[in-house]
Design a protein around this ligand. Structure first.
Ligand SMILES: Cc1cc2nc3c(=O)[nH]c(=O)nc-3n(C[C@H](O)[C@H](O)[C@H](O)COP(=O)(O)OP(=O)(O)OC[C@H]3O[C@@H](n4cnc5c(N)ncnc54)[C@H](O)[C@@H]3O)c2cc1C
Length: 372
């Protein structure tokens, strides 16, 4: 179906980013999949080409345009190229971490961090999940206890996207461990701080080129000037506030991944022969492909409306949740059907469909609302 969401500038941006993917991601992708992490330079190259911090004011190094359609283009193009693992670091940096640095920082923090975030010299991550907790975020145990002008941070996090490459980690901590939601705050931990160590780069089922890592904090002295937001105890509310955009980012990637899976499958069904004819000509294959395509178009229409609503500041938590649930379910369903239509080749990692494993939900997207 013809999409009316984009304007000429977005099409130009798409052309430019597609070339970037072909030149800077695709040739390295296999090596990154083996190594479990992308080269840090990917971020610097993306920054130099204007693909980081599109909504950050120009005087702080960004593009100065608040329009999530640019973020959507990036997500769609990395999925289309089958490099979603490598691209996830960039979409996390732009879609999920950026709002914290843009909207919860004071002037001094903006000057300190945003230019590097936009240039790609400073790679970002958000660390909520701990070995013992995921969904039940308010039970987290990492502490940040005030000591003069600093916090002393102790604890650990796991499953952290960009965990190896990250320079700035938005870290959920308890500044008052006696409380649940109301004891939570967000502080920025920086690469090189004494006592801040990386653990394993975790071996995953999919997204192999994405570094998903453990982080350990032992008496890390973090300046109080690294607190995000105006006061302690607001951390959970800050996390909840950013949920619509985070959920939409994941939902949009879901539809884009489903579309890519469909395209690979259609191509395969046209080429693969069985019983003297392309497997795509069997009626069962045609029914399956028609159903896949139908649901992708329905999901796309919903995503496009959600993106316009987000741009207008009107996307609700409920709508974003609906998008995330339905579109990630669709992603799994389409990929499963695509694997089946590939036969045994659907299980071979040389085929992108075999690598397209969807990932589970993020904690901030599933966490219960704060209770008084
Ligand atoms: C690839 C990847 C990247 C990730 N990146 C990040 C990141 O960058 N930062 C970060 O902080 N985290 C990240 N995570 C962590 C992820 O968000 C968590 O895995 C997720 O929140 C679930 O938490 P958990 O794994 O502890 O599962 P659990 O909370 O232990 O849940 C296990 C099961 O129990 C169910 N369950 C839990 N509570 C309830 C309930 N009240 N009612 C019914 N069922 C329930 C869940 O739905 C699930 O099926 C990442 C995970 C992966 C796999």
């Amino acid at each position: 179906m013809r999409r009316t969401l984009f304007e000429d500038d977005h099409d130009l941006f798409r052309d430019s980013f597609r070339q970037f993917v072909e030149k800077e991601i695709v040739p390295h992708h296999e090596r990154w999949e083996q190594e479990g992490v992308v080269d840090r330079e990917l971020f610097a190259k993306a920054g130099a080409s204007g693909f980081l911090g599109m909504e950050v004011p120009e005087d702080l190094g960004g593009g100065g345009v608040k329009d999530f359609r640019y973020n959507l283009v990036i997500s769609e193009e990395v999925q289309r190229s089958g490099t979603g693992g490598a691209g996830l670091g960039i979409t996390l940096h732009n879609d999920i971490c950026m709002p914290y640095f843009l909207h919860l920082t004071n002037d001094e923090q903006k000057q300190r961090w945003l230019p590097g975030i936009c240039s790609g010299e400073l790679i970002t991550a958000v660390a909520m999940t701990e070995p013992g907790i995921g969904s039940d975020l308010a039970s987290m145990t990492t502490t940040a206890i005030r000591d003069g002008d600093d916090y002393i941070v102790n604890g650990s996090k796991t499953f952290i996207t960009n965990g190896i490459n990250a320079d700035l980690v938005i870290t959920a901590v308890k500044t008052d461990p006696s409380l649940r939601h109301k004891g939570m705050s967000l502080v920025i931990l920086e690469r090189g701080m004494d006592g801040f160590e990386r653990g394993r780069n975790l071996d995953k089922v999919g997204l192999h080129s994405q570094d998903t890592a453990e982080l350990f904090f032992t008496d890390v002295r973090v300046p109080a000037a690294n607190l995000l937001g105006e006061a302690e105890g607001q951390g959970f509310l800050h996390l909840v506030h950013n949920l619509p955009q985070e959920r939409l980012s994941i939902a949009a990637a879901g539809v884009a991944a489903a579309r890519a899976a469909f395209d690979w499958t259609l191509e395969y069904c046209k080429e693969r022969q069985a019983f003297g004819q392309p497997i795509g000509s069997f009626q069962n294959s045609r029914f399956t492909l028609a159903e896949m395509k139908t649901e992708i178009e329905i999901g796309q229409a919903f995503i496009d409306q959600c993106v316009l609503a987000l741009n207008a500041g009107e996307l609700t938590a409920e709508e974003a949740s609906m998008a995330k649930w339905w579109c990630t379910e669709l992603q799994g369903k389409v990929i499963d059907a695509g694997v089946q239509l590939h036969g045994g080749y659907g299980y071979m990692t040389e085929y992108p469909i075999a690598r397209a494993t969807p990932m589970p939900a993020s904690p901030a997207s599933t966490a219960a609302p704060p209770r008084s």
